[in-house]
Design a binder for this molecule. Sequence first.
Ligand SMILES: Cc1cc2nc3c(=O)[nH]c(=O)nc-3n(C[C@H](O)[C@H](O)[C@H](O)COP(=O)(O)OP(=O)(O)OC[C@H]3O[C@@H](n4cnc5c(N)ncnc54)[C@H](O)[C@@H]3O)c2cc1C
Length: 439
Amino acid sequence: MADRVTIVGAGLAGCEAAHRLARAGVQVDLIDMKPGRRSPAHRLPGPAELVCSNSLRSDNPGNAIGLLHEELRRLGSVVLAAADATRVPAGDALAVDRERFSDEVAGRLAALPGIHRVEAEIEALPPGPGLAVVATGPLTADALAAELLGFAGARLHFYDAIAPIVAGDSIDPAVAYARSRYGKGSGDDYLNLPLDEPQYQAFVAALVAAEKVVPHAFEDERFFEGCLPIEVMAARGPEVLAHGPMKPVGLEHPVTGARPHAVVQLRREDLAGTAWNLVGFQTRLTWPEQRRVFRQFLPGLARAEFVRLGQVHRNTFVEAPRVLSADLSLRAQPHLFLAGQLTGVEGYVESAACGHLAARAVLDRLAGREFRPPPPATALGALHRHLTGAARAPGAEYQPSNVVFALFPPLPARVRGGKEARRQAQVERARRELPPWLD
Ligand SMILES: Cc1cc2nc3c(=O)[nH]c(=O)nc-3n(C[C@H](O)[C@H](O)[C@H](O)COP(=O)(O)OP(=O)(O)OC[C@H]3O[C@@H](n4cnc5c(N)ncnc54)[C@H](O)[C@@H]3O)c2cc1C
């Protein structure tokens, strides 16, 4: 009889794990509370929903995230295959039409025998002895989050934020100009709203003064440094935004050649350009304040219609190095594997990669083999080093992390030629180390 595994959560990690297991002939019960019940950030009825940005970030293998894309493609990842099939132009970023992406993942899962989709909210951890993968994400529903909090040392953090989206036909075409940074991509992948210095300063002052959503007393208001709300950045210094998400470098006006003091970049949400994401504008301003400040202080958005407004959310994750074994199973309940953002990886692609690793660990367990972790110098291995604590500085607190070169082991010898040459050497080392593990 074929092995049977339960997966709770049909997000990026759960779908990737289900796909890998089903390809190996395992029967999978893939359980999700959607569409009947949705977290505050989930809107689509289908699986593998991208809740905020529609970008899977840089596709350039010279970056750690681009290298992770490359490795996942080699592993036959369903998330990468669906992203490639539903890609929208975004310079060297891999951005997708999020509805088509979700449909594409659903279609690819349905095409495999052995995946049974079940709609249910799971309130308690599956008891065993059957193996289960829990991949319920940063917004794990309350009852299950409480159980994880109690027994697996999960933390509830309140620091992830979502950026607003505006309707394309409500952006003033006399103000916005099409251009990707440094002219990458097809030229019209992004729209840009230029601000001169007085406009920028007025916007920063309005952001700092605007009303924000106040966290509940039990919520620990710490933010992920890679996803800071704009008003938090604005409060750190008057020019912080102009050197961050509003950086004008490489975005000179295509007609005048002038470089504005600051720029709001808008990334296409769909091929037709009906909706545009304010890049890096995640915020916890109250909704009326978002409408007021963005319409009043951002040129080109005076009549903006918001398809979605920014929000903040808790992020639930366990202290993986303490509560998980190297194969991502819970030390206290080894029949349960965790995957995705719940483990403390950060990001869509990292979550999918973690789902893939958990599925491989399940396959090893089913076959009675010892889990073979990915080679440490690969992008997958770097993520695994993060999860086991191997990449952490002694005494440092465990915090969620994207895949970054800092998680890779140091190069054995000094590489001359600066940062670029070191990166290239790291990429080449990863490309050498991956194939034997795949076999
Ligand atoms: C507000 C917010 C914004 C984010 N923005 C970005 C971004 O722009 N870019 C980026 O790379 N990453 C972003 N992330 C981080 C993260 O990469 C994503 O949340 C990613 O979707 C995590 O993948 P996952 O598979 O772990 O969880 P998810 O994709 O969230 O999937 C979890 C699934 O589990 C289901 N579920 C939850 N609880 C239960 C239950 N008890 N029973 C049954 N089903 C349940 C949910 O319905 C969901 O479908 C953001 C996170 C948050 C919270």
